[in-house]
Ligand binder design. Structure first.
Ligand SMILES: Nc1ncnc2c1ncn2[C@@H]1O[C@H](COP(=O)(O)OP(=O)(O)OP(=O)(O)O)[C@@H](O)[C@H]1O
Length: 278
């Protein structure tokens, strides 16, 4: 079957199941009716008897920018690993929207469902140009058209140009990624996620190793993305958190210790104790 026929088929399916059938959710489609794009409930995982995540419950609203802080070993990375399917919890519930049970999906499927993750260290292809890195990330994305045709449509080209502007690398688009500064590589990697249009973006220590100016630009980028994507940022840099944060969750010993504005959690006695006791 040609890509066009396939697309016509799915278009017909979409229109057949439109309004009038009530709240019908297609398999794999995000159901946000309950106001949560992600929720973890009572999640635990142990490594060799050590409980890295301990009955953790957390939920994220559509379009929300949530900052996660906590001392070393609090379980922040392990929580990201559970959301992205890299680590399976021993118990608990992990849902994307109201209907997608992430524990039933592989890491690759979770990425295709629209959860993009940026790791601490940039993993761009250094020998390729900025543009080629973005193009490759886009072709690895979930659209049927590109994977079958192997080239970009007009809409995809527009999106690529838009992302280049967002990450402020339009002047560097033909430069080898290996020649970029550390901060620029981090932005390129965020761009490589953005061209895939993730619904939920997980950013693990996005400003680690950045200069003050790069950190400020990253804050501006994340604030621009807020609302268009749901975003979870894990970071130790409190100045940066202060710049971008709305709601902050403090993790300690694998569970939520406190939640609120940065000022609220910083004034919390238990949080002070955990940080000073490091
Ligand atoms: N695969 C694993 N095997 C054994 N122990 C692990 C594994 N992954 C994580 N841990 C342990 O689980 C605990 C939580 O680790 P995690 O990396 O999630 O913390 P973190 O909050 O991300 O810390 P940091 O801020 O230092 O990155 C740590 O004690 C860590 O040593």
């Amino acid at each position: 079957m040609s890509p066009d026929l396939l697309e016509q088929g799915s278009e017909r399916l979409r229109s057949a199941s439109g309004p009038g059938y009530g709240r019908l959710v297609q398999p794999g489609q995000l159901d946000l009716a309950h106001g949560r794009i992600l929720y973890l409930e009572d999640v635990s995982v142990s490594f060799d008897g050590f409980r890295a995540i301990n009955r953790l419950s957390i939920d994220i609203a559509p379009g929300e920018l949530r900052c996660i802080i906590g001392p070393n070993g609090a379980g922040k990375t392990t929580m990201m690993d559970i959301i992205t399917g890299k680590t399976r919890p021993d118990s608990g519930t992990v849902y994307f929207g109201g209907t997608i049970n992430l524990l039933r999906h592989s890491e690759a499927e979770i990425a295709q469902l629209g959860i993009g993750r940026k790791f601490q260290r940039p993993t761009v292809f250094e020998a390729m140009s900025v543009f080629e890195n973005l193009e490759l990330a886009m072709q690895g994305a979930r659209t049927l058209r590109t994977s079958l045709w192997g080239r970009l449509s007009g809409a995809q080209r527009d999106r690529l140009a838009e992302v280049l502007m967002l990450i402020r690398l339009q002047d560097q688009m033909n430069r080898s990624a290996g020649l970029l500064s550390h901060g620029q590589k981090q932005w390129l990697e965020i761009g490589m996620l953005l061209v895939q249009d993730p619904r939920l973006l997980l950013l693990d220590e996005p400003v680690a190793g950045m200069t003050d100016q790069e950190t400020e630009r990253t804050a501006e980028l994340i604030l621009t993305l807020k609302g268009r994507h749901s975003i979870i940022v894990v970071e130790h840099d409190m100045g940066f958190i202060d710049r971008i944060a709305e709601k902050v969750t403090v993790l300690a010993e694998g569970a939520v210790l406190a939640e609120g504005t940065l000022a609220q959690v910083q004034a919390n006695d238990r949080v002070i104790e955990v940080y000073l006791g490091r």
